[in-house]
Ligand binder design. Structure first.
Ligand code: G3P
Ligand code: MG
Length: 268
C-alpha cells in the first residue's frame, strides 16, 4: 500500500467544533435595530417600513410572550416606556395588549400604532423583501417556551426564497430550543461582555454568529471569533466612524438606530 501523503493544511480553515457547518449564513452589513427607531416608534410596523425606506436590507426585532403565550414584538419587560399600558407585558393577555397604543409616546402622528404580532410583522417584512434578525426576549422560566412558539410560526410564514433569517438571544436556553426547532437557521448568542465560555457556547449551541456589545468588543476578540469560523454581529452602533473601525476589524454586521446614515456610507 502506498503511504498516504499528508494533506496540506488550509490556512484560515475554521477550527473543528466551532461555528455551524450545516448552516451557511450571509449577513448584511447593516441591521436596522428595532426598525428605524429615530424616525418611527421602535418595533412597530411603521418602524419597519421606515427601515425599508432607509435602504437597509435587514431589520432586527424583539419578540416576547404575552401572558397567554402570544408572541408580539416588544423590547422592554414593562409596558410604560413604549406604550400607553402599565405593568409587565408578560402579565397581560393578548386581548388587552392588542388595544395598546405603541405610537403616541413617540409622536402624535403615530397615535394608535399597535404592538405588532409576530405573524403580521413577518408578513410585512416578506412583502417588503426585508430580511430579519429575530431576537428572543425571554422571561425567566419561559425561555424555551418562547422559542418553541415563535420559531414554528416563523418557519411557516417565511418564504424560502427570501434571505435566511438570523435567530438570536441573550438566553442560551432560548437559543438551544430555537436550534432544536429550526436547525436549518443560523443561531447567535448575544453578549454584553464576552464571557470566558464563549467558545464552549459556540460549540454546544452550534452557533453561526457571535453577537457582541461594541462598547466592550476588542480587535483581538474579533480575530479569535473569525479564526473559529464564526461571524460577528455588534450592537448598537450609531456612530459612522465607530462602524468603520468595527468593519475594519472584521465585524460582519452592525445593529444601528440610524440605518439610513449607515447604508449611505457602507451600503446595505
Ligand atoms: O441584538 C442586538 C440588540 O438588539 C440587543 O440588545 O436590548 O437592543 O435588544 P437590545
Ligand atoms: Mg434587540
Amino acid at each position: 500500500m502506498r503511504p498516504r501523503r499528508p494533506r496540506p493544511r488550509r490556512l484560515n480553515a475554521p477550527q473543528p467544533g466551532y461555528g455551524n457547518p450545516r448552516v451557511s449564513v450571509t449577513l448584511p452589513k447593516i441591521i436596522a435595530h428595532r426598525g428605524s427607531p429615530r424616525e418611527a416608534p421602535e418595533n412597530t410596523l411603521a418602524s419597519f417600513r421606515r427601515a425599508k425606506l432607509s435602504g437597509a436590507a435587514f431589520v432586527e426585532f424583539d419578540v416576547a410572550l404575552t401572558r397567554d403565550a402570544r408572541p408580539v414584538i416588544f423590547h422592554d419587560d414593562g409596558l410604560e416606556r413604549t406604550s400607553d399600558g402599565q405593568g409587565l407585558l408578560a402579565d397581560l393577555d393578548f386581548e388587552l395588549v392588542k388595544h395598546l397604543d405603541a405610537g403616541s409616546w413617540f409622536d402624535r402622528q403615530f397615535a394608535g400604532e399597535p404592538i405588532p404580532t409576530l405573524e403580521e410583522t413577518l408578513e410585512l417584512l416578506a412583502a417588503l423583501g426585508l430580511g430579519f434578525n429575530m431576537e428572543l426576549k425571554t422571561d425567566p422560566g419561559r425561555e424555551a417556551e418562547l422559542a418553541k412558539i415563535a420559531l414554528p410560526i416563523a418557519l411557516d410564514i417565511w418564504p424560502k426564497d427570501l434571505p435566511t433569517p438570523l435567530i438570536s438571544s441573550f438566553s442560551r436556553i432560548a437559543v438551544a430550543a430555537a436550534r432544536e426547532t429550526a436547525p436549518q437557521w443560523p443561531m447567535d448568542v448575544i453578549y454584553d461582555r464576552i464571557p470566558a465560555e464563549w467558545a464552549e457556547d459556540a460549540k454546544t449551541l452550534d452557533l453561526a454568529v457571535i453577537g457582541a456589545n461594541h462598547k466592550h468588543l476588542t480587535r483581538e476578540q474579533v480575530m479569535e471569533f473569525r479564526g473559529s469560523g464564526l461571524k460577528i454581529s455588534s450592537y448598537t452602533v450609531n456612530d459612522v466612524e465607530r462602524a468603520a473601525t468595527l468593519f475594519q476589524w472584521g465585524v460582519d454586521a452592525i445593529f444601528t438606530d440610524v440605518p439610513g446614515d449607515m447604508v449611505k456610507r457602507f451600503g446595505p
